[in-house]
Design a protein around this ligand. Structure first.
Ligand code: LLP
Length: 439
């Protein structure tokens, strides 16, 4: 469920018409619904009910400080994969004791910063990383709280570019190396092993792969305890999928996911940790764009919009399907034709939708790409020197820009000429006000 819908013929985010935001901010822009992300977080949290699960939002899905503040205020922790994400979580007010640090390649500097901050847990993915973390901790007279990420060799049944739990993936410690790595950890002075971590992939729409992975991990908890290891936490990662299309099979609800986990972990007496990302913010965000031109090719109709693959990478990277809705509702009598919705970037993969049944489109018509609140703005770039898309947050009947569109002056100011090239630069060819999108 989300808080985007038509009212009086116009698409709203909560109580704000997206067209009103478009007039003020210009297109393209991302827009997030506070009520939707809050609801998704609380539904996930409440599904686990009585126990004291720690729910760490996967910051990579949406690192905006305002988003992190909203979720932190609901009690969320943060799953971070870089010092930058950790700084974001702390800056947004998420306490260090609710932060877990994941990722296959933490640098020693990142380890030091996280130890200084006093985070809840490092999710360690190799023996080499374990030894490095121990050395860094010892040099600081500290002991690092650790969960070892194990690769359960389970097929998540999702797109190959977002699968992480197969033996051939770079993630986690190989299943056969799990016990030797726990044994190694027990000998390292800077390491205090707290538990096991597992994450098998993203946009998983069936409980079976989760169940296969989690039951292997539950067995591992018992085996390791028999060998004398203390396992007090189980971090089960993220990955629960969301609906992108109304007519697809609905992914399992958090309740069913939680029930399966309770069944598998009953009696294990562990604190559960989760790292959901997409599930919390995916359907809480849209990308609003407008049609620049339409073009009739020999066998196709193109709508060229002012958003592009640099703003929303998912279709180009994962063949992702995003619902497209016109901001002005098409009446029931309006016929639809197959349209390719494409961006202006000079790449053949800059295609948002192929042969999508849409009402007739004209220059200036605004459209929303739905389910863009996770891995949308987060993965945007300035490719083709296109300014990063601004982000807007709605809460009831109010909205605010939570990341502004950079000016061209700001974009140029990050670069410099070496001294031998007449180093003074003057920004030419356009003013800030011309960079406000098509307001
Ligand atoms: N924990 C770890 C260690 C992860 O690597 C990820 C996602 C998550 C948690 C959160 O997974 P989620 O609950 O969001 O599925 N850019 C891709 C998705 C990449 C996911 C990377 N890791 C996309 O747009 O589909």
């Amino acid at each position: 469920m989300n808080h985007f819908g038509y009212r009086g013929g116009w698409l709203f985010a909560e109580d704000v018409a997206l067209s009103a935001i478009a007039r003020e901010v210009g297109t393209p822009f991302y827009c997030y619904s506070t009520a939707t992300m809050t609801r998704h977080f609380t539904v996930f949290r409440d599904a686990f009910g009585i126990n004291d699960a720690l729910i760490c939002f996967a910051v990579k899905a949406n690192p905006n400080l305002a988003v992190l503040r909203v979720l932190g205020d609901c009690g969320a922790g943060a799953d971070v994969v870089s010092q930058g994400e950790m700084i974001r979580a702390l800056t947004a007010g998420i306490p260090a004791n609710r932060i877990v640090f994941s990722g296959v390649g933490k640098s020693r500097q990142e380890m030091e910063a996280a130890l200084n901050a006093g985070i809840y847990q490092f999710n360690v993915e190799s023996e080499a990383e374990l030894e490095a973390l121990s050395q860094v901790a010892v040099s600081m007279n500290l002991v690092a709280p650790v969960a070892l990420r194990i690769n359960p060799d389970v097929d998540a049944g999702t797109h190959k570019n977002i699968s992480t739990g197969k033996a051939e993936n770079k993630f986690g410690i190989a299943w056969a190396r799990a016990e030797p790595t726990f044994a190694l950890a027990a000998t390292l002075p800077g390491i205090n092993v707290k538990g096991i971590d597992v994450h098998i992939g993203s946009q998983i729409t069936d409980l079976t792969p989760f169940e296969m992975a989690f039951s292997k991990v539950a067995d591992l908890v018992r085996d390791l305890r028999e060998k004398g290891h203390t396992i007090e936490r189980l971090d089960l990662g993220g990955g629960l999928g969301i609906p992108y299309a109304a007519d697809e099979k609905a992914p399992p609800l958090p309740d069913a996911y939680a029930k399966m986990i309770r069944r598998l972990t009953d009696g294990l007496n562990v604190r559960l940790v989760f790292e959901p990302g997409r599930m919390i913010t995916g359907n809480a965000g849209v990308l609003v764009t407008q049609v620049l031109y339409t073009k009739q090719a020999e066998s196709k109709t193109f709508a060229i919009v002012d958003a592009a693959m640099n703003d929303l990478m998912r279709p180009a990277l994962y063949d992702a399907w995003h619902e497209i809705l016109p901001l002005k509702e098409a009446g029931p009598g309006i016929s639809r034709t197959a349209i390719d919705v494409v961006g202006p970037v000079c790449e053949s993969t800059d295609v948002f939708a192929t042969d999508r049944p849409l009402p007739p489109l004209e220059e200036g018509d605004a459209l929303a790409f739905l389910s863009a609140g996770a891995y949308g703005a987060a993965q945007a770039s300035e490719y083709n020197s296109r300014p990063l898309v601004p982000e807007v947050m709605v809460d009831g009947d109010r909205f605010a820009v939570i990341r502004s569109r950079p000016s061209y002056e700001e974009m140029m100011a990050r670069e410099a000429l070496p001294s031998w090239l007449r180093p003074k630069l003057t920004v030419a060819g356009g003013t800030d006000s011309e960079n406000g999108g098509a307001a």
